[in-house]
Design a protein around this ligand. Structure first.
Ligand code: BGC
Ligand code: NOJ
Length: 808
């Protein structure tokens, strides 16, 4: 059974039935205002911070699933239905949802009436704009009552779902013209409000949830809709909502369009009131005027499309496999941008109240969007660096609204500091903007304690060196990339979270993964040290990397693969000597990416072991065998049932490290095969197994030890987006910015024969033709008609067009 298809020309995924295996969602917005929207219009919106500034309410983990959204109801002579199928659920003669880049269009048709709703967040607007188009395709006039519906969240999403003794007395609204204003808590410390307006006069409105639904009714049959009569209710406490009633008559063949605006406004603190007790609405009126006609919405959509067209022109490919092209040209890059904006905060698996921005996550996300929006990458880099402590360690998370470190989670994840080097290196290699290295950045957001960005990187690098364990490998701290490998935690109390509970102050547990990451980061770090004017530091870094490499080979090698760690007692983790958890993916991928063991043949053995022991049809498992019982000395990793999450699922974030490692060894068939196994556009062919959105990566796919092997979970916000992008674009297709130029070094499977890559970098345009036929050992490179040695094309000046030809 198929649930949809890719429309590549429109850059849309088209869902043809409401009955997908799970809500399949999209994101609206890429600046300050965001919305999550499922294919049946479920979801919610927020301004900047999904925890602190939630505009509309959503009920996670509900029955039925996906409860709450921005809904429209039609009452067509007593026949009640929704154009987006939900929430009424009346059968439709036709259903179609098109998820595009930053917008979604959902169309429903019933009894000759076609209703199409376009949802978007226009650029530069703090609002969702909905254009509802209604067309009477029947041969009789239709008189309709149309109702909109949005339910407000009382701003703080956590309180909104928990503190009812206060909340249920707070709600306040105002109604003016065709707009409902949600002004809860505006009387006190808030100077912001929400509004929901429409561009036509109303037949009525409702702002009180109970008046709209009736106390004992569900989403599908609101009393007001069924009776076709709004109550003009004014909310006072309880649950404020916004619903507009619009009455229309459509002649046969007639079409009409309405524009709804669900927006967010702020007033300066001294200009909060229009007159005593009445909220100042000037910014709202301006917003409504910006989107008062369908033509203005068309223009906003065209602008959004143009924006994406331009963004995506920084990297595109034409190959002989459309699945490759649609991943590379559209969906992987789109997911990278969404993930950049939201880190791990708000998806259908992240409630928007749990995690803010992760330090390591945000650094890695940068790898996926730096080529698209370098200015925003620069800003992000500096924001992240400002949450670093003076000793080089870092907060594990920070809040997007305040950009301050999150004290509840604190610090102590010892891989975190190194990712800052990874991110900074990627930024400078992409842009050539070395000035960033000299930019002053505070430590722990304290303006009195500031160093250059390079100084932050130096402390990151040395943090590893200052925290080595008994074998000379980096101490793991609370955990490394694998948040659940908690070697100092020893929790036996079910109510304490693994991620935050007090750890033993051990200085024995060491991570081979961090050692690999350290060596991997060292060349970028050395190059940046040299650029920043510290040549001795660059020399020293190379020495440290060489010593760490030797240490890994001496103490981190298990005979056939790299060890994962040493635990609190100095016992091996990820060794053939272990009963379970004998081999882990992370150190194999990272150490080989770093080049460790390549000359000795260890790298090849490690990757062969990965293929043989961790490879499955659904991707590469995190480790094998899965842990079958809880081990306090290993922590949360052993808390999951076998095959799920960190306990031996396919973690899509870590798979690309192996792809890149395979490329490092020149094994293009394997690299591509691993890429294909987890790439959404390929998994689209097995939607009933995979079940989640077939256009974006999920964090994990259940592993072979799980009863539901192959089923994906936690789609959208995952480091899988950025790293799979790096693997396919920079290593398999092989086009990556390096210090001295653009390297073009494809590592391809035989099935990809002729390719064209277009890459914009540092203002120049590179048109790269790759002929993958003759299979020479070392490819021939021709730049602007002249053969060159090696595979690095020197950077061309801005505006230049460079023709590159690679014959393989
Ligand atoms: C999850 C990890 C996540 C961590 C931090 C754990 O429960 O398994 O994937 O990184 O929580 O929130
Ligand atoms: C998801 C977290 O966001 C990320 O930081 C972590 O590395 C992985 N889970 C693995 O635990």
């Amino acid at each position: 059974m198929r649930f949809g298809f890719f429309d590549d020309a429109a850059r849309e995924y088209v869902i043809t039935t409401p009955f997908t295996p799970h809500p399949w969602i999209n994101y609206l917005g890429s600046e300050d205002f965001f919305g999550l929207i499922s294919h049946t219009a479920g979801g919610y919106s927020f301004y900047r911070d999904p925890r602190m500034r939630r505009l509309t309410r959503y009920r996670y983990n509900n029955v039925p699933t996906d409860a709450g959204g921005r809904y429209y109801y039609l009452n067509d002579g007593g026949d009640v239905w929704s154009p987006t199928w939900a929430p009424v659920g009346a059968p439709l003669d036709r259903f179609e949802c098109r998820h595009g880049l930053g917008y979604t269009t959902i169309t429903g048709e019933r009894n000759g009436l076609v209703a199409e709703v376009l949802y978007l967040v226009p650029r530069g607007a703090d609002a969702e704009v909905h254009r509802l188009r209604l067309r009477n395709q029947s041969d009789r006039p239709r008189s309709l009552h149309l109702f909109s519906f949005a339910e407000f969240s009382l701003w703080n999403a956590l309180d909104d779902q928990t503190n009812y003794q206060r909340n249920l007395s707070l709600g306040e609204v105002e109604v003016e013209g065709s707009a409902v204003y949600h002004v809860t808590e505006y009387r006190e410390r808030r100077n912001h409000y929400a509004l929901y307006g429409v561009n036509v006069p109303l037949a009525g409105f409702d702002t009180d949830r109970e008046a709209f639904f009736g106390l004992r009714r569900g989403w599908d049959q609101p009393q007001v809709v069924v009776e076709g009569r709004a109550r003009n209710s004014l909310a006072s406490g309880w649950a404020p909502i916004a619903s507009h009633q619009i009455d229309l008559t459509l002649e046969p063949g007639e079409e009409t369009s309405l524009v709804f605006v669900l927006g967010y406004c702020e007033n300066p603190p001294d200009q909060k009131w229009e007159r005593p007790g009445v909220v100042e609405k000037a910014p709202a009126r301006a917003l409504l005027a910006r989107f008062a006609t369908p033509g203005q919405v068309d223009a906003a959509l065209a602008d959004l499309r143009g924006y994406w067209e331009d963004l995506l022109s920084h990297y595109s490919v034409r190959s002989d496999d459309p699945r490759v092209d649609r991943m590379v040209n559209i969906w992987n890059q789109y997911q990278c941008v969404v993930t950049f904006s939201l880190s791990r905060s708000a998806s259908y698996f992240e409630s928007g109240i749990g995690r803010g921005m992760g330090f390591r996550d945000s650094c890695q996300d940068l790898l996926g969007f730096v080529h698209l929006m370098p200015e925003r990458a620069r800003e992000r880099l500096l924001d992240i660096a400002a949450t670093q402590f003076p000793d080089g360690s870092t907060y594990h998370q920070y809040q997007p609204l305040t950009k301050r470190g999150n004290h509840e989670v604190g610090s102590g994840f010892n891989d975190d500091p190194l990712w800052l080097i990874e991110a900074a290196g990627a930024y400078v290699r992409e842009t050539g903007d070395v000035s960033v290295l000299g930019t002053p950045v505070p430590f722990d957001n304290d303006p009195a304690d500031t160093g250059t960005l390079f100084e932050h990187l130096r402390r990151s690098f040395h943090y590893s060196l200052d925290n080595l364990g008994p074998h000379g490998l980096p101490l793991i701290g609370r955990a490394d990339w694998n948040d659940c490998l908690n070697l100092n935690c020893f929790s036996t109390e079910p109510n304490e979270p693994f991620q935050t509970t007090a750890n033993r102050a051990g200085r024995t547990a060491e991570s081979v993964f961090i050692a690999g990451l350290f060596v991997h980061c060292a060349p970028d770090y050395a190059a940046m040290a040299r650029t920043a004017g510290f040549p001795e530091e660059a020399e020293a870094a190379a020495g440290h990397a060489a010593r760490m490499t030797a240490t890994v080979l001496a103490h981190g090698w298990d005979g056939e693969w790299f060890l994962r760690a040493y635990d609190y007692f100095g016992e091996k983790v990820g060794s053939r000597e272990c009963a379970e958890g004998q081999i882990f993916i992370e150190p194999q991928g990272m150490c080989v990416m770093a080049g460790i063991g390549v000359p000795e043949g260890a790298a090849e053995r490690a990757l062969d072991a990965v293929g043989a022991r961790l490879g499955t049809a659904h991707g590469i498992l995190l480790h094998q065998p899965a842990y079958t019982r809880y081990h306090p000395e290993l922590g949360e990793i052993t808390s999951y049932p076998p095959g799920y999450k960190e306990n031996a699922s396919v973690f899509c974030h870590a798979n690309p490290w192996v792809m890149i490692a395979e490329c490092r060894l020149g094994r293009g068939e394997r690299a591509f095969d691993y890429w294909r196994r987890i790439a959404p556009a390929f998994r689209e062919e097995i939607p009933e197994v995979h079940r989640l959105e077939p256009y974006v990566y999920a964090q994990m796919i259940a592993g072979r030890d799980a009863p539901r092997e192959g089923e994906a979970k936690n789609s959208w916000l995952t480091g899988a987006a950025a790293w799979n992008w790096v693997a396919i674009s920079q290593h398999i297709l092989g086009v990556r910015p390096e210090w001295g130029g653009l390297r073009v070094s494809p590592c391809l499977p035989a099935q990809l024969r002729g390719l064209e890559v277009v890459r914009r970098c540092r203002g120049a345009l590179y048109r790269i033709t790759i002929e993958n036929r003759a299979r020479h050992q070392s490819p021939r490179m021709i730049v602007n008609g002249h053969p060159i040695e090696g595979s690095v094309v020197p950077y061309a000046p801005p505006g230049a067009v460079v023709a590159v030809r690679v014959e393989m």
